[in-house]
Design a protein around this ligand. Structure first.
Ligand code: ATP
Ligand code: MG
Length: 741
């Protein structure tokens, strides 16, 4: 084995004394397939960073021959910084390619997609746009056995994750609904190609198809990834597995790290077998086990270990730590979710007050987004600063999406979804009818919809005034498109803001200042992008925007406690962790209740959550919980019962809580992701709460009404809150106040 300590080359020094012997062995292991299989907090991610630095220092490869794949952009950035600090200096040329699967695929497809019929400026559709496109396809196809929209979307995504093409799906489909889904899948792919667009899962599927069909292209990228390293390998799905296998086939230098106990994305197609079968796939694999945990106290580790021990589909690991025993795990049962939330808020207040912790040291995990509301209310009452990871993202906000639609069309005039979005904002008379005329003209003349917009004057169905408007819009955007390669991204955004009439339109609105802030934010994002050395043009900027992930919102310096679902917690660590809702039916989720394999996945999720904690772990639940408008008795989660009572300090339910100001009436509500929200359409708005109305809520603050439903006492509205995302509120109880439009 290589000697401990540091080694040196002419250019860089990598210190290895802050690694333990097993970690060091994994870092120094010779080329070839390597599996690092180890428990939570044992330094897997750390070893990966050091190994990259070592490969570069030893000159086994140049930075242009190394690719490291991580699960999130945040992890990618951290690893890039880690490697930069290890190899010294901020010389970009020394930093290897560290990327998420999606970003890596997008980059490959920009360069190679033409082989599959895509232009390098292809658009990346977000979930909302992709759902809208499937909806259109479903409507146009009008199949006898038409599947519901959500089912079609889910099955198409599943197929892509499993590397199944439309033809393959069709060949396997039973007649009836299955065959219809396969047909919809095919039509959807055709429409996307006509728009020169891909959705998220396409990025991976198309990359795989490219590699499968064009061996010489594959070879080029095999050289670019002559050393391939993959973090969180337990959560790769089939198509990712195939891409990794293809890229590593030539060099054999594949280093994967993972922990089968932390596989939590089965519902998104992740296949735990990928890691369990690594030794079978690569018989020559060198295997390393890391057993020392550096993150958590002995107690936390023992509690997490006691839970995961109940799973059968795993390799037994012996995880230990030199850290202190620490405090017992605190277990609190509230009378209801308000009581639970108030305990959490009170504890955080205590810990950040006399306890000497910062709010940013705290994270609260929950199983479903709907749980966050009670917790938010409690934190607001106690004046504890917090933020939600995974709420509505900046780039998903309405004005921002509208502006992005212009940029997308300029980069990719075939993008009909974005075209439809932008022609109507700001309102300039080109409404749904006119867009229909554009689409018809495009279909008849077999030209892109954008071109058709420029020729609307030839269409008798549209008023001349509107056709002229459309013609002017076309000329300007066409011209800007031609100049775009010579402009900075900021320059393009500035021109769009000014020339599209978007800014002038916002100026006519009461809430102009708030909404114009978003425009300003876009301009700063564009400037920041221009300032980067590796930069790129408009297509690269749009790609960056499209692939921003939830975890990029994580901000550990901001002095605020973080709230997020357990699924977002991967790879993170916090001094203090709360896990709320430890109840049967919620966690493990009722969806999983009867199927052993799914309960095992829930248990892994529990293990991931518990092992994020460094010093203090709190598990909480209720005697009775109202969720999705229904109140039910709660039963203690089986995961709690699996922990040795000796590790737990129980806090009794009947605990006295200090008086707090009365709450507004509790309203049943549901949380939605933006993509799940139906399209805006005018609803009954006699009370002034029409679509687009700006409102204020006692707890969630400002928001915009996105859609309405029902009448009278049953009237509900989806409201997109600046803080906390989209919630479905029963208006009778919601206490919404209109802010005027
Ligand atoms: P997870 O399974 O949650 O992804 P991991 O195995 O990737 O965890 P890391 O995040 O790499 O673990 O490391 C966990 C923590 O332990 C980090 O704070 C890391 O800096 C620290 N750590 C790892 N190895 C050592 C070591 N040899 N000495 C000191 N600290 C270490
Ligand atoms: Mg890790």
């Amino acid at each position: 084995m290589a000697p401990p300590g540091s080694f040196e080359t002419a250019t860089v020094t990598v210190k290895l004394d802050d690694l333990n012997p097993e970690q060091r062995a994994a870092v120094l292991a010779p080329d070839g397939p390597i599996l690092i299989l180890a428990g939570a907090g044992s330094g897997k991610t750390r070893v990966l960073s050091y190994r990259i630095a070592h490969i570069l220092a030893e000159r086994k490869a140049s930075p242009a021959e190394v690719l490291a794949v991580t699960f999130t952009n945040k992890a990618a950035n951290e690893m890039r910084q880690r490697v930069a600090s290890l190899v010294g200096g901020d010389n970009d040329a020394r930093i290897p390619w560290v990327s998420t699967f999606h970003s890596a695929c997008a980059r490959i497809l920009r360069q190679e997609g033409h082989a599959l019929g895509y232009d390098r400026n292809f658009s990346i559709l977000d979930e909302g746009d992709s759902l809208a496109t499937i909806r259109q396809v479903l409507g146009d196809a009008a199949l006898a056995d038409s599947p519901p929209l959500e089912l079609a979307r889910a099955r198409i995504e599943q197929a892509k994750n499993e590397a199944v093409t439309p033809d393959e799906m069709l060949a396997r489909a039973k007649p009836g609904r299955d065959a219809s889904i396969a047909q919809i899948y095919r039509l959807y792919q055709e429409r996307m190609r006509a728009m020169n667009a891909m959705d998220f899962s396409d990025l991976q599927l198309q990359t795989w198809l490219l590699f499968e069909r064009f061996p010489e292209t594959l070879e080029r990228w095999q050289r670019r990834a002559a050393h391939l390293l993959v973090d969180e390998y337990q959560d790769t799905n089939r198509v990712q597995y195939l891409i990794v296998r293809a890229l590593a086939a030539r060099s054999g230098n594949l280093c994967v790290v993972g922990d089968e106990d932390q596989s939590i994305y089965g519902w998104r197609g992740a296949d735990i077998r990928n890691i369990l079968d690594f030794e079978r796939d690569y018989p020559a694999a060198q295997i390393f086990k890391l057993e020392q945990n550096y993150r958590s106290t002995k107690t936390i580790l023992a509690a997490a270990g006691a839970v995961i021990r109940n799973n059968t589909e795993r390799k037994v690991k012996n995880l230990w730590t030199e850290n202190s025993a620490g405090e017992p795990v605190t277990y609190f049962t509230g009378r209801d979710e308000r009581d639970e939330a108030d305990f959490i808020a009170l504890e955080i207040a205590r810990l950040t007050g006399v306890g000497g912790f910062r709010a940013a040291d705290v994270v609260v995990f929950y199983r479903v987004n709907a749980q966050s509301r009670a917790i938010e209310e409690a934190l607001v009452r106690r004046r504890i600063p917090y933020y939600i990871v995974g709420g509505v993202r900046f780039y998903e906000q309405r004005d921002v999406k509208d502006l992005l639609a212009y940029l997308r069309v300029i980069a990719n005039p075939a993008d009909a979804v974005s075209l439809e979005r932008m022609v109507g904002t700001p309102p300039r008379g080109i409404g749904a009818k006119s867009f229909e005329a554009i689409a018809e003209l495009a279909a008849r003349e077999r030209i892109p919809a954008f071109e058709a917009m420029g020729r609307l004057e030839t269409c008798s169905r549209v008023a001349l005034r509107i056709a002229k408007q459309a013609g002017m819009l076309y000329s300007w955007m066409h011209d800007l498109g031609a100049r775009a390669p010579d402009l900075s991204v900021r320059g393009i955004v500035e021109e769009v803001v000014a020339h599209s009439g978007f800014e002038a339109y916002l100026d006519t609105l009461d809430d102009a200042p708030a909404r114009k802030q978003n425009l300003a934010e876009m301009l700063s994002a564009a400037s920041a992008f221009d300032a980067e050395k590796s930069g790129g043009g408009l297509p690269e900027f749009l790609e960056r925007v499209a692939l921003v992930s939830d975890t990029e919102q994580i901000d550990s310096s901001g002095g605020r406690a973080a709230l997020m679902t357990l699924h977002t917690s991967k790879g993170l660590e916090y001094p203090i962790v709360f896990m709320a809702g430890m109840e049967e039916g919620l966690f493990p989720h009722s969806r999983a209740a009867e199927i052993d394999e799914e309960v095992e996945e829930e248990r892994r999720l529990c293990y991931v959550g518990m092992t994020r904690a460094q010093q203090l772990l709190y598990l909480t639940n209720t005697l009775s919980r109202e969720l999705y408008g229904v109140r039910q008795e709660s039963r203690q989660s089986r995961f709690l019962r699996e922990v040795d009572p000796a590790l737990i300090r129980r806090i009794a339910p009947a605990r006295e809580t200090p008086p707090i100001r009365p709450l507004s009436p509790r309203e049943p509500y549901v949380d939605f992701a933006d993509s799940q929200l139906p399209d805006d359409e005018p609803g009954p708005g006699g009370d002034g709460l029409s679509i687009g109305a700006r409102v204020i809520h006692p707890t969630f603050g400002r928001g915009i009404v996105r859609r309405r439903e029902g009448r009278g006492d049953g009237a509900k509205a989806w409201v997109n809150f600046e803080r906390g995302g989209i919630k479905l509120l029963v208006l009778k109880f919601a206490n919404l106040r209109l802010l005027g439009d």
